[in-house]
Design a protein. Sequence first.
Length: 327
Amino acid sequence: MSKPRVLITGGAGFLGSHLCERFMAEGYEVYCMDNLVTGDMANIDHLGGDPGFHFLHQDVTEYIHVPGELDAVLHFASPASPIDYLELPIQTLKVGSLGTHKALGLAHAKKARFLLASTSECYGDPLVHPQTEDYWGNVNPVGPRGVYDEAKRFAEAMTMGYHRYHGVETRIVRIFNTYGPRMRLNDGRALPAFMSQALRGEDLTVFGDGSQTRSFCYVDDLVDGIYRLLNSDEALPVNIGNPHEMTIMEFARAVIELTGSRSKITHLELPEDDPKVRQPDITKARRVLGWEPKVSLTDGLARTLDYFRDRVDSEMRSGKVAGQEQA
């Protein structure tokens, strides 16, 4: 019996590489597509010797060809942190629009199931708390974050268009803040910034007064939710994230405690349109997928620490410095 086959765009990225691992473990033949703008071959090098793993160095906004049948297409290609999409605004818009169109077209041609990686950023700076899937959001389309927010909102609309008009089996996951090994030190999100600063003994830089909240989900939990969603019958968006909400200040203190650092906390000006609150309502995920996160913040940070310690040591030896922006 032949293995089921899946294409994962953005497969050399943080989330994509963990998805490649999960689908390999589930017995799939995996095609990993990435143009390596924000992805890293180091994330998937350990999979390269497996005959069931194939890497395609390609931009998903161009014509996509994958030989043979496909059972599923998971579209995870996109810059996904403030530093990335502020530096790459046009690429971010193109991968959310043209890239989603190309990936959906492939799924339609192959009669494959399609899963879109959407985001909690669709809710913008929310006026509803916690955020449920039926909330339409509070997004500034012409603000600096709009290139990412609106690209993902368009991608959701395109996905539902293919579902309703072409009958493509589609799934949409709205991903909330996720962390774990293989995050880039300079990807701009809170955990890489705080952990790298603490490991260097530098002050942790918090935007604003640190009262803004986030909900942090460990990557293994997120991947399990995504896998369950793909194999469910739910076509409308589903929140996947950890509903345990905490302030950025609380998160910074947790990182300092874990690392044993003597770092202090300093404050910078809050960026434009930075969300004040972010917490998923996962009632639907519990009901439809039987899913909820299992890894506590303490355990998840401990699992992540060794990876970041190695990366910080390596980058300090090479003289590189990581930037930060709290997503």
